[in-house]
Each structure stands twice: as C-alpha cells, then as structure tokens.
Design a protein around this ligand. Structure first.
Ligand code: SAH
Length: 380
C-alpha cells in the first residue's frame, strides 16, 4: 500500500466512537459519523465527492485531512468449488490471506487479525512463520470491505452471511483493533451482522476471553485440540499458561452471561496424537461441563510438519463417539484445494513482472481453509 501521510486519518481505522470524536474535532456534528459510515460500508464509496448529503465545505475538509483506504490486494483466486482466496498486502510486514467459502445457504468470510502469530502451535503453519505485527482496524475491516466489493455484497443482498476471525494470528492478542473492527461489522450503519454470525476463534487466552465477555456480544470458538494437558501442552504451548480446566471455566463464564449460548470447540484431527476412542471419551467428559458444540477439523499438512491427518475412519469413529454422547459434532469439509495448488503455480507467473509481489507471496502464510461450523443446520 502506498503510505498514508501521518497527518491524514484513514477513516476505516475509526469505530463509531472514534468517528464521532473525529467529526467533533473538526467542529462537525457527531451524526456525521453515521452518514459517513453508511457511505463507506453500505454504499462502499471511498470518494468524498460522492457523499452528496455532506456540505461541499465538509467534503473539501475531508479531502484534506482524511482518506478511506482498504489494504492493497496482491492476488485473488477462485476455486472450482467457488471458494475465493485473497492475498492482501500488509506493506513491509508481508501479506495475509482471507478466504470466502460459499455454501448453499451461507457465505463465510475468514479474516486475519495479525501478520504471523506468536503462539507457535505445533500443528499450525502460521506459528512456524513467526510474528511480524498486529493488523490495524482498517486492515481488518478493510478485508471485509474488499470481499464485500468483490462479491457485490449489500445490506439487501447478503453474500457474506458469517465472518470468522480464523485467519492468520491470535485475535485476542490484538484485542482493541479486533474489537473495534467487529463492532464495525455489527453496526447497523455498516454491515449489520448479528453477533451470532461473527465468530472469534482463540487458542485460549483466558484473561482476554473474560475481557471479551464483558466487552461485546460475539460468538466464541476455542481451539481445544486435546482432552488432556499433556497432549495440549504439545499442540498449543499456551496451554502451559492456561491449562484446560482454567480455559473451560472461562468458557462457562462466557456462556453463563448469554442467552442460549454455545461455545464452539475446534479440534484438529491428527493421527496418533489426539484421535483415539479413549481421547474421544475423555473429551466428552470435559465438554459435558460446558454448553457447546464441537467442530472436527481434518489436519491440513504443510511442508516440514511432523504430523499427519487422521484417517477418515478414525475421524468418523471419533465423531460418532462424541455425537452419540449428545454433543453436536460437525466435521469441516475441505474446500478450495485446487487454488492452494494454483497459488503455487501463480507465484511462478508473477516473478518476472514484479519482484515485490513475489517476495510478499513468499512471506505470506497459507491459511487452513476454514469450512467453519459447516452443516450445523443453521440457516442465514
Ligand atoms: N489463533 C486463533 C485463530 C487462528 S487458527 C486460534 O487458535 O483459534 C484457526 C483454526 O485453524 C484454529 O482452530 C487452528 O487450531 C486451526 N488450524 C491451524 N493449523 C491447522 C492445520 N494445519 N490443520 C487444520 N487446522 C488447523
């Protein structure tokens, strides 16, 4: 992205409160915030001259002090199954990916929160790449805006029905920006998503789960991946700090303050690691203590990993054991396989034209496609 001058405000960095303060500081009425939000998110206009319900003077002022700038798109690829993957620049820091997964009655957008990740989960390729920086509010809400524009998503014509913070990064380690971006996604003058349609996924940062619970209404997914601390310590090192019992207590607190709320537990199926019938039974004993549903994710291998995906039979046996114990259990479908491959091929095509995007591609961390919470029967 071409840099924005330091004295210019990117209005996509401001939530409603921030926009109101911004207009107040320019001696304008706070309701300008709502007018401009409608233009930016509902009309998807980034040119102040088109904002016809603002005075000419205000438009002139805005042109000199503000901008509306989404991150730069490096590439967009569409799978034969309709899955779309964007590679989005985060400037010097590299790039992040965003994925849209269309299904019959829903469209799920998977959004990134950080460039890289510090948590180093042993089965996750993002961890292996290290951490660069937090994304800003404009880079997070900008992802939704990019997808909305591409898909022709409008308030009256919803292509995106669900947003999941399951891309690169640990959203709760970028708390303020993620909360501001989610509040914009939910806002009536913006995209107006219901809280149950936005899911924040975390590896289990307990104090931040409590803070989130007090801060906003949103769906919560927990990357659990193991029923015992010895196994989870290996898969999710953060478990050493916040072990399973402490994590589940925070989930119970989160659910207790909400009406008919279920936490989604994510459980990546790794052969010989966490996929035995004993582990399924141990998981049932844990999950019985929290209002929840379970999403099994076939492990997605990446170069250099020591793990393999569980067999289909092992996944089905595991699913049946948990399901038969009365816990709603879904298995995530794998989608967009072909564009993973095409992605690698495309790199070759771009090399000669722009060295810079080649470098960005090299740095970009590939997402696990999140066919999130699929086929749980919920309709948009
Ligand atoms: N940091 C957050 C969100 C990012 S990961 C979290 O931990 O929840 C989104 C989901 O993909 C998580 O459940 C994560 O555990 C899972 N995941 C990561 N690597 C994977 C892989 N190689 N195969 C399958 N799922 C994976």
């Amino acid at each position: 992205m071409t840099d924005i001058a330091p004295d210019i405000t990117n209005l996509l960095d401001l939530d409603e409160q921030g926009l109101r303060a911004f207009f107040a500081s320019h001696n304008e009425k706070p309701f300008r915030a709502q007018q401009v939000m409608k233009w930016m998110y509902q009309q998807q206009v980034d040119d102040f001259d088109q904002m016809t319900d603002l005075s000419k003077t205000l438009r002139q002022t805005l042109k000199s002090v503000a901008t509306i700038r989404t991150p730069e798109i490096i590439s967009v690829e569409t799978s034969v199954d309709g899955t779309i993957k964007w590679l989005i620049s985060s400037g010097q820091s590299g790039a992040v990916e965003m994925v849209f997964i269309p299904e019959d009655h829903r469209g799920t957008l998977c959004v990134s929160s950080q460039v890289g990740c510090v948590l180093n989960c042993s089965f996750c390729s993002t961890g292996a790449q290290g951490f660069s920086r937090n994304l800003t509010v404009s880079e997070i809400i900008g992802q939704v805006l990019i997808a909305a524009k591409h898909l022709g998503h409008r308030t009256e014509q919803r292509r995106i029905t669900n947003v999941v913070m399951m891309g690169m990064g640990e959203p709760l380690l970028n708390f303020d920006a993620v909360v501001a971006a989610i509040s914009l996604m939910k806002h009536d003058y913006s995209f107006g998503f219901a809280a149950k349609r936005i899911t924040l996924s975390t590896a289990g940062l307990v104090p931040a789960i409590d803070r989130l619970s007090d801060t906003m209404d949103v769906s919560l997914a927990i990357s659990l991946h193991a029923p015992d601390n010895a196994t989870r310590d290996v898969l999710v090192p953060l478990n050493r700090k916040y072990p399973i019992s402490v994590l589940l207590e925070s989930c119970r607190r989160f659910a207790a303050t909400r009406h008919k709320f279920k936490v989604t537990f994510e459980y990546t199926m790794i052969e010989g690691m966490n996929d035995s019938p004993e582990q399924a039974r141990a998981l049932v004993r844990l999950l019985k203590t929290v209002p929840c549903k379970l999403n099994l994710i076939p492990f997605n291998p990446f170069p250099g990993t020591r793990y393999q995906c569980s067999s289909e039979q092992a996944i089905e046996r595991f699913r049946r054991l948990v399901h038969d114990a009365g816990i709603v259990t879904t298995v995530r479908k794998t989608r967009g396989d072909d564009i993973d491959a095409a992605c690698g091929q495309l790199v070759g095509n771009v090399v000669d034209r722009t060295r810079r995007s080649q470098r960005l591609r090299d740095q970009a961390v590939s997402l696990r496609l999140p066919e999130v919470i699929a086929s749980d029967g919920v309709r948009p």
